[in-house]
Design a protein around this ligand. Structure first.
Ligand SMILES: C[S@@+](CC[C@H](N)C(=O)[O-])C[C@H]1O[C@@H](n2cnc3c(N)ncnc32)[C@H](O)[C@@H]1O
Length: 293
């Protein structure tokens, strides 16, 4: 097997090995415990707007990754005996390898009502435009993924897009800001720096381990740079299958800053709910935006 040497810095979502590594190390439903929260929200909104076959209840999970939040919704529905009758579920992500894995692990009832769509958080109206049912009842941007929108103006652009796709009156967007991404002027920001080289066994590829090393971090204004090297190694012959220079830019936040940003868009701030590791900010569309729709 030959080595794929990646010259360009990459995020954690841009090859099948990286997706596998991401799923091993990323926060999961046990560690972040947001599954029961979103399940409760889903049931509440569904009871407020009972759907019909002409006008289904539409859930959009932005930055869905390998579909963790959606798969959790589906398992909650199964274990409580609910079905996804008159419900449409859309997982949107701009990383095709993440969507490929999401698709691969999709089973059961979700196959009939769900779709994995390649698209950007910055152009949600383009995602909805070709669809038959274009208004979203429940929009989720989970576990602080909005921090990926680290360029100036991107969070505002995302919020504008949310206001274009959300259903008037009853539609709600739940945007999570992770506690670890809060800027505290009194504290030095923490960077995860495991000592030396850390090795993690793949559960998908039996002879593969991931070796991460040279963790570095930096803060420039409100952007945190996270960098490390990640080798994909065949343990049988120690050959390096892929060598990645990981580099991620993550926006950091002042407390409740997103509420200020949203106030300059056509979104109304409805509520903020403190979770174990994050705050969920809830938005609806303004009456002005509604009257134009
Ligand atoms: C931290 S992961 C979260 C995955 C999943 N939602 C979860 O909760 O486990 C962030 C995801 O956001 C996606 N992402 C980053 N920027 C994006 C953008 N501009 N548009 C759509 N997806 C984006 C990444 O590709 C990645 O899959």
């Amino acid at each position: 097997m030959s080595t794929t040497l990646i010259e360009q810095p990459r995020d954690l979502y841009s090859s099948p090995y990286l997706v596998d590594y991401y799923d091993l190390v990323a926060p999961n439903s046990r560690s972040v415990n947001d599954a029961s929260f979103y399940w409760g929200v889903y049931q509440k909104l569904l009871s407020i707007r009972p759907p019909s076959s002409d006008d289904p209840f539409v859930v959009m999970d932005v930055g869905t990754g390998t579909g963790r939040v959606i798969h959790d919704l589906a398992s909650n529905a199964i274990s409580s005996g609910a079905d996804f009758h008159n419900v449409e579920i859309i997982g949107v992500d701009n990383a095709q390898h993440m969507l490929d894995k999401a698709q691969e692990i999709t089973t059961g009832i979700f196959k009939d009502c769900g779709s994995w769509v390649h698209g950007s958080a910055l152009s949600l109206s383009d995602v909805m435009e070709p669809r038959q049912h274009q208004k979203v009842d429940l929009l989720i941007f989970s576990i602080g993924s909005i921090s990926h929108l680290s360029e100036a103006g991107q969070p505002e652009c995302f919020l504008e897009e949310v206001s274009k796709v959300l259903r008037p009156r009853t539609g709600r967007a739940y945007v999570s800001i992770y506690d670890g991404s809060l800027l505290n002027p009194d504290e030095k920001i923490a960077f995860h720096q495991p000592p030396g080289v850390t090795e993690i066994q793949s559960t998908t590829y039996p002879s593969v381990v991931y070796r991460e090393s040279n963790h570095r971090g930096d803060l420039d204004g409100n952007v945190k740079f996270v960098k490390f090297e990640l080798e994909v190694v065949n343990i049988e012959n120690q050959s390096v299958l892929e060598k990645n220079e990981i580099s991620m830019k993550m926006r950091q936040w002042m407390k409740d800053e997103i509420v200020d940003l949203a106030s300059k868009t056509e979104l109304d701030f409805v509520d903020s709910i403190k979770g174990a590791h994050e705050t969920f900010y809830v938005f609806s569309i303004t009456a002005d935006a509604e009257s134009r729709q």
